[in-house]
Write a protein that binds this ligand. Structure first.
Ligand code: AMP
Length: 424
């Protein structure tokens, strides 16, 4: 039986206390399923994306164990290792541990690239209860003998699908090979493609499975719209949307997705020039720059954030009322991740996607993945009916032939490079 209130869960008093303070009364579906299994010591294979409450789903049972069984951690060792694909996600998870564990005596630290290693090495010298790390820098520090994984009791692999997209498979396998056999392992991914299940089988022992379908949790609450228009019309329509969003009380933050880093920079600059307080985050910016941009965004100082997919992973900002796909992603799962940046934790949100002629193929793939057509918004000044009709015609051809591959011919095929690896 899955619990319907946190009180029904056998968590330690300091954790019940923080849940009360945070005013979390009802466990989210993934928490209701995962927490009891994890408290029993089971391994877990979780199919869930961010926005479902999965971080508390794994952090609470781990903190519970750390509270129940406090031990002295050896130098350079950690009792819990959480691997995350990006620096943003790692710091988000670190912050969640700090929040949920604020009445528990435990130590934690972060390890990620792009910043000096000395503070990270110093933090590990004493050993920590919880280490949240990205794979590359962690292996660097292991190779330099600053980190020792032989005492890990809890191992969490978060956002595995993204981790593999980013080419971390070998690093992850090496890290797993350094863990002790006796451990509790948790594995989370937004999708369970065969290569992901294969990896899970090499890591988990008799895992319990929990699955939270993205469509029925996040996507359903999001008011999604697709606009057919020319490339040149994207800017004026975006400005119209931003002006409207600026007036929405409590939900005035907007994330605008661009397919490329260069495009993100260009767009942020031109929006700034047009009088919008906008900034860009992407992989070419330093960690300090990204954190600063994110902080200013959260505070509403720059309410428009232009981002690439990788940079926006794990960005958890409650007041994002609008996500704009200025460019459609060439990887359909990225669409689900992107729109999941809005409608966080039960709030309502909007996602508006722009589709120009060269992106029709991406749109077909996205609609196939989310198994629904995105409602059309054509009541704006830049609507191109011919594109909408062309999309309808291609869809009906796809149905007739039963083909799973969209008709080629749309441009943009060259953009597949970044995510092409090992998918589809
Ligand atoms: P996550 O999927 O872990 O990134 O969590 C998404 C958001 O939901 C975060 O802002 C959490 O603080 C919030 N959250 C997680 N669990 C609950 C809950 N049971 N009740 C209310 N909010 C929650």
């Amino acid at each position: 039986m899955t619990p319907t209130s946190f009180e029904a869960l056998p968590l330690a008093a300091p954790l019940h206390r923080v849940l009360q303070e945070l005013e979390y009364t009802t466990p989210s579906p993934i928490q209701a399923q995962a927490i009891p299994l994890l408290l029993e010591g089971r391994d877990l294979l979780g199919c869930a994306q961010t926005g479902t409450g999965k971080t508390a789903g794994f952090a609470l049972p781990i903190l519970n164990a750390l509270h129940d069984r406090p031990t002295q951690v050896r130098s350079r060792c950690c009792r819990t290792l959480v691997l995350a694909p990006t620096r943003e996600l790692a710091s988000q998870v670190g912050k969640s541990f700090a929040t949920y564990g604020r009445h528990v005596r435990f130590s934690h630290t972060l390890i990620y690239g792009g910043v000096g290693q000395v503070p990270q090495v110093n933090a590990m010298r004493r050993g920590v209860d919880v280490l949240v790390a990205t794979p590359g820098r962690l292996l660097d520090l292991i190779d330099q003998r600053h980190v020792d994984l032989s005492q890990v009791e809890f191992f969490v692999l978060d956002e595995v699908d993204r981790m593999l997209d980013m080419g971390f498979l070998r690093d992850v396998k090496r890290i797993v090979s350094l863990l002790p056999a006796r451990r509790q392992s948790l594995f989370f991914s937004a999708t369970l493609a065969p290569n992901i299940v294969e990896l899970a089988n090499t890591i988990l022992r008799d895992p319990a499975h929990v699955s939270i379908a993205p469509q029925s949790t996040t996507a359903e609450k999001i008011d999604q719209k697709i606009c057919f228009l020319s490339r040149e019309s994207k800017r004026p329509l975006l400005e119209q949307l931003l002006r409207a969003q600026a007036g929405v009380q409590g939900q005035n933050l907007t994330i605008v997705f661009s397919r490329t880093k260069h495009g993100a920079n260009k767009l942020a600059k031109s929006l700034t020039a047009a009088g919008f307080a906008a900034d860009a985050i992407h992989g070419n910016k330093s960690q300090a720059q990204r954190e600063k941009a994110l902080d200013r965004f959260k505070k509403g100082l720059t309410p428009v954030l232009v981002a690439t997919d990788v940079a926006a992973r794990g960005v958890d900002v409650k007041d994002v009322g609008l996500v704009v796909n200025f460019d459609l992603p060439n990887e359909p799962e990225a669409y689900v991740h992107r729109i999941g940046r809005t409608a966080r934790a039960g709030a309502e949100g909007k996602a508006v996607s722009f589709c120009s002629e060269d992106e029709l193929e991406f749109l077909r793939e996205i609609e196939k993945t989310i198994k629904m057509p995105i409602p059309r918004w054509d009541d704006h000044n830049w609507h191109v009916e011919e594109l909408a009709l062309s999309h309808d015609r291609a869809k009906s051809r796809g149905h007739q032939s039963g083909s799973s591959k969209p008709a080629s011919g749309g441009g943009g095929g060259g953009n597949r490079r970044r995510y092409g690896r090992g998918r589809r």
